[in-house]
Design a protein around this ligand. Structure first.
Ligand SMILES: [Mn+2]
Length: 285
């Protein structure tokens, strides 16, 4: 029986409980902890910054420090950290919490690249910059201050199912050493296997990043940024299970589900299936 530490971070761009910030609490309200509790020893903590003043950058960066600390505590308690977040960039905090003792790889499953920087993003949307931050391309004064964080090397990242990228973002991705696997390629065992082999070649352990909008919006849109195409839950589950046979999956972030786009909770149920599958392979060691 795996011991799991669920860490909920109910924020979207510094705002608590709105849009995708409503996702973590909605997953819990729909019974996620009970379902995980059938197979695992589950503990849960809900992270809110001590400072009541809210501002996108300040609040988000404060949450990074807090979440990294919760991840470290989970590992000391021999619990595998499972972060449920409104924002994708909370993966920066999860990876900081893992620390630098071993080589960490990240599989980033997302409809978007999250690969803008402040200098390529005309809309000023911090959460479109999470993968750039993770790989050391922006907000480095903040990430240097984040205990345990070191940028993830490009070749230790695999971006899966990304299909809605800005022009400059796309150019930056082409110029990087980040591996990519489209939703279509993910259905092909050969291309899937090649991409996973490249990801794990130089890593000891893997963090799974899953943005709900990686799923096909025909199930139901995950959020206001949903893009057509995408993965079915069983494809995600097969991918993660294959990955876990190659390297230990030590932690995960599940992000960006806005329940208001999903009135019948169809996407929420699909997401719960994915989370249950991740919990089954996750391993704190
Ligand atoms: Mn994302």
């Amino acid at each position: 029986m795996t011991a799991i530490q669920v860490i909920t971070v109910p924020f979207d761009a510094g705002v608590e409980g709105e849009r995708m910030g409503a996702g973590p609490d909605a997953l819990i309200a729909a019974g996620l902890l009970g379902r995980l509790g059938l197979c695992h020893d589950v503990d849960a903590v809900r992270v809110v910054p001590a400072d009541r003043w809210r501002a996108e950058l300040r609040t988000t960066f404060t949450l990074h420090h807090d979440v990294a600390q919760h991840v470290r505590r989970a590992l000391v308690a021999e619990r595998a950290p499972l972060v449920l977040s409104g924002d994708c960039n909370m993966t920066v905090a999860a990876v900081a919490g893992l620390g630098t003792g071993r080589r960490t790889g990240v599989i980033w499953i997302d409809a978007h690249g999250d690969f803008n920087t402040p200098d390529t993003d005309p809309d000023g949307y911090l959460d479109g910059q999470g993968l750039s931050m993770l790989t050391g391309r922006c907000w480095t004064a903040h990430t240097r201050s984040l205990t345990g964080f070191t940028p993830i090397l490009d070749h230790r990242v695999l971006l899966v199912a990304a299909r809605d990228l800005d022009d400059e973002e796309s150019l930056a991705l082409d110029g990087s050493d980040i591996g990519t696997l489209s939703a279509q390629e993910c259905q092909n065992p050969v291309t899937r296997g090649t991409a996973l082999a490249r990801l794990i070649a130089d890593v000891d352990r893997v963090h799974v990043h899953f943005d709900a909008d990686a799923l096909d919006p025909e199930i139901a849109p995950a959020n206001s940024y949903a893009a057509s195409g995408g993965l079915q839950p069983d494809e995600v589950i097969a991918l993660i299970s294959e990955l876990s046979a190659l390297r230990p999956v030590v932690s995960a972030t599940i992000a960006s589900w806005d329940p208001s786009f999903d009135r019948e909770a169809r996407l929420g149920r699909a997401l719960t299936e994915v989370i249950e599958a991740i919990a089954l392979v996750i391993n704190h060691s």
